[in-house]
Design a protein around this ligand. Structure first.
Ligand code: SF4
Ligand code: SF4
Length: 365
C-alpha cells in the first residue's frame, strides 16, 4: 500500500495519432521517464488488461484500447523475453470482442489471448471491502508477475469518468459484472465497489490510450474526441487524477478517485513528467444523476432509437434486473430498472441512450 504522502510520477507524452512509429516512440518515452524497465525483469509473466468493453462496429477506435498502443508495449516486453498474456472480460461475447477490436491479432503475434470468462477462478475475500467482501477473479491475473493496466480515456454516464481503476471491472468474468450493479446501483456505491476491486488487484504499471478518447455519453455511445497523448504511471490513482484533469474534471469530483484517496491507496498529488502542464481539453461531460431511480426514470429516461435498433435482444439478455422485454423493440420496466446503464453500454448499435430531446421515443411500460 502506498504511503499517503508518497508522490507518484505520471508521464504525459504527446502522440498525434495511431501511426505505429509514433505510438512506439511515445510508449518508449513513458517507459524511460518512469523507469518501467526496472519493474520488468527478463522472462517475467506479464498480463496486459486492455479496455475491450464489447464488440462494436462503429466508434470502435474511440471505445477500446487501440491495438497500436498494446503492440508498442508488447514490443518492449518481447525484447525482455517476457511471456505475454492479453486478457479481458467484456460485456458481450469476449472472444468476439477480442477479435473485433484487433487485439486478438496482437495477442497471438506476441503471446496469448485470454478470455477471462473461460478461465479458472479464484476466490478473493476482503474484510476491508465496503461492498464486495467476496468475489472471484481469473487465476491467471494472480499468476502474473506484472499486470499492465491499459485503459482508455472516456467519460462514463454512471461514474463520470472511466480510467485505470474502472478498467479493472473487466477482471470480473462474464455475467457476474452485470450482477454487481444490483449490489451497487448508484454512482457512490458503484465507485466504492470499483475501489474494492482495485485494492485487491493493483497493477504494477498503467498505460492509458489517450490518443483518441470519448466524451458525452461514454463509455460506448459518446463522440470520439481527439486528445493526442499517452499517459502512464505506476499508480492507477495518480493516472486517473491526471487523465480526469485533462478532460476538464476536478479529480475530487470523481467519486472513484475520492474513495481510493480516502482509503489511502493513492493521493491527489503527483509529479508530472514529459509535458510540463496538463491542458484542459474540455471534454463534454455526461450528466450523472443521484437519487431515487423511479424519479430519475421520469426525468431522464432511457430511450430506444428504432432506426438503429436491430432487435437483437442483447440489452435484455445483459440487464441484471431482467427489466427489458422486446415488444418488438426494447421496453423497460421502470419498477425493476436500477439505472446501471449496462443496456446502453452493451448495445452494439448505440440504439439506447438517455433522453436528450423530447421527440425521442420512450419505451417504458
Ligand atoms: S437496443 Fe441494441 S442491444 Fe437492444 S435489441 Fe436493440 S440493437 Fe439489440
Ligand atoms: S434496463 Fe438498462 S439501466 Fe435498467 S437495470 Fe436494465 S440494464 Fe440497467
Amino acid at each position: 500500500m502506498k504511503n499517503k504522502k508518497e508522490v507518484n510520477k505520471v508521464a504525459l507524452v504527446k502522440c498525434r495519432n495511431y501511426n505505429q512509429k509514433l505510438v512506439d516512440k511515445a510508449v518508449q518515452k513513458c517507459f524511460e521517464l518512469l523507469d518501467f524497465d526496472k519493474e520488468i525483469k527478463r522472462g517475467k509473466r506479464v498480463l496486459i488488461k486492455p479496455n475491450i468493453v464489447g464488440s462494436f462496429k462503429t466508434n470502435q477506435q474511440a471505445i477500446t484500447t487501440n491495438p497500436a498502443v498494446i503492440e508498442a508495449v508488447c514490443k518492449i516486453l518481447k525484447k525482455k523475453n517476457c511471456r505475454i498474456f492479453i486478457g479481458d472480460s467484456s460485456f458481450t461475447l469476449t472472444s468476439s470482442a477480442l477479435k473485433d477490436s484487433g487485439i486478438e491479432k496482437i495477442a497471438k503475434k506476441y503471446g496469448k489471448a485470454v478470455v477471462f470468462d473461460e478461465e479458472k477462478l479464484i476466490k478473493i475475500n476482503d474484510k476491508k471491502a465496503k461492498i464486495l467482501k467476496t468475489f472471484r477473479i481469473p487465476k491467471v491475473i494472480k499468476q502474473a508477475d506484472i499486470v499492465i493496466n491499459m485503459p482508455k480515456l472516456k467519460t462514463h454516464i454512471l461514474t463520470k469518468y472511466t480510467g485505470a481503476i474502472k478498467n479493472l471491472l473487466g477482471c470480473i468474468p462474464g455475467g457476474m459484472k452485470q450482477r454487481l450493479h444490483k449490489k451497487a446501483p448508484n454512482e457512490k456505491s458503484f465507485s466504492n465497489l470499483l475501489v474494492d476491486i482495485y485494492q485487491n488487484i493493483k497493477p504494477e504499471i498503467n498505460i492509458m490510450d489517450s490518443v483518441l478518447g470519448m466524451d458525452g455519453k461514454g463509455p460506448t455511445s459518446g463522440k470520439p474526441k481527439k486528445a493526442g497523448y499517452i499517459i502512464a504511471s505506476k499508480s492507477s490513482v495518480s493516472l486517473d487524477v491526471v487523465a480526469s484533469k485533462l478532460m476538464g474534471y476536478k479529480p475530487k469530483k470523481i467519486l472513484v478517485i475520492r474513495e481510493a484517496v480516502k482509503r489511502k491507496l493513492g493521493n491527489y498529488k503527483f509529479k508530472l513528467v514529459g509535458e510540463k502542464k496538463i491542458p484542459n481539453l474540455k471534454f463534454k461531460k455526461p450528466k450523472v444523476f443521484k437519487g431515487v431511480p423511479g424519479i430519475l426514470l421520469r426525468e431522464k429516461p432511457i430511450v430506444v432509437d428504432e432506426y438503429k435498433c436491430v432487435r437483437c435482444g442483447l440489452c435484455a439478455k445483459k440487464c441484471p434486473m431482467h427489466a427489458i422485454k422486446l415488444d418488438p423493440y426494447p421496453v423497460i420496466d421502470k419498477n425493476k430498472c436500477i439505472r446501471c446503464f449496462c443496456c446502453i453500454e452493451v448495445c452494439p448499435h448505440h440504439a439506447l441512450s438517455l433522453r436528450e430531446k423530447k421527440k425521442e421515443k420512450i419505451n417504458y411500460n
